[in-house]
Design a protein. Sequence first.
Length: 508
Amino acid sequence: MTCSNCRHNTMFKKIKSVVEKQNLLNTIGYLTKIICREKKGYILVMLSEVIFKVLLNVWRVWMPMRIVEALTEKNYQSVLLTAGIFLLGELICNTILGALDYKAQVTEEWFDCYFSEEYSRRCMEVPYQYTETKEKLDEIKNAKDGLDWSGNVACIIDSLKEVVAAVISIVSVFAIVFEEAPLLVVMVTILVLVKAKIEENEWNEMEHYYGQLSGLNRRMDYYFYEISNYKYGKDIRLYRAKDLLLNRAEMVNQENAEKMKTAAHKVAKLRSKSSLLEEIVTALQYLYVGFFTILNNLGVASFTMLIGSTAVMAASMEKMFEEYQNMILGSEYFSWYSTFISKKDEEICYGNEPIDMKNDDHVIKFQNVSFKYPGSEQYVLKDISFEIQSKDKISLVGLNGEGKTTLVKLLCGLYPVSSGSILLDGKDILQYDREDFCKFVSVVFQDFVMFARPLSDNIVFTEQQDGERVNVLLKQLNMYDKVQSLSKGIDTNLYKEFDEQGYEPSGG
């Protein structure tokens, strides 16, 4: 039984490793495609950063050796000159790296906005029939968390740059160390690999912790952010709901804290081991190089170059493995976002039949309509049939949850019927052009939404606005005089989120 479990665990780790690498390749490919399409200059900035980071590492190995050589020869003029060149090279490289880093940050800020905009666009494109399912809500939340936790372009590409720079730095000093002390290369490599394995376990613990948070985070967002909205203010005060809501928020917070406590306890142990190994690697470098120098009668300059090369090699190895783990974890989180963005949901298929808007006589007919929500086996509506003629006034009466709102959603084409059909003038509503049908049906739901945007946007919902048409509508609604009395007229913002002079409409 134990052997069977071991085989299963080994197989699981192999599968997980393959998935992680595939996620990493997919993420790099996805980001590269977007970078090449949107900001090609960013590639040149990345390559330049890598080159100057490698140059700086080599410079810090080579120049101290030259300074020590000059000191050994008591050529103090050469010492000053070499030290001056060393500092000047440091200044030039760091200045260029600072400028490149600033340029990269500006571009990465742009990408932050780009990905957030793509996320918002995708959320609004999700077919409505999926927006009320737990699976889709968790998927949407995971995508947002994945975007936030991965750091999108900035963190993943920065890690990629560090990995490439580390690999080149290792190659550049490897020959020096291996020629003089091959055993040291082997020992340092083994210790760094062990440290990398410990850090991988640390990342796995954190990944496991964050992977449990999608549903919990939605509740935390609600309690800690949504209920702090001033729109809830009067209800919270009138019904003395503050303590109840704070207690609920505290329960969610405690649940998160317990999960975090478990993960943090395991991570703390792993980090202690990692820190100890790091000290061992440093001590081993100096001890080995020191003894090697004494036994082989190496000069001080050779000692300086060897210890510097070993330090660069060890630090670059650690950096390479560390940033590789960052890339693996970042790509795992980013895959939640990219999967959501790229996923094609099954949409309701609409036709292109036009609706005769000039005709005032229309007939809507529900014909043996049954409906159950996605993922549910229980019918909300069963074999419903009725007919509505133009100018008919119909009231739908029933208890909460009896399907009144659902019926209206079906009529709007927001959900496909499970069976039966809804007809407009003898044709299934899905045969009509969607734009025409949206113009034909006008609905005000009980949970209607108004946006913190100008009044004109809330009336027209389009960039192209006909001012005269808007004024006609306002007069028909007996709102024209009220709107004209506002500080900015039709351009007055609703609510005060972004405008202190925004208009707060009555809830009545």
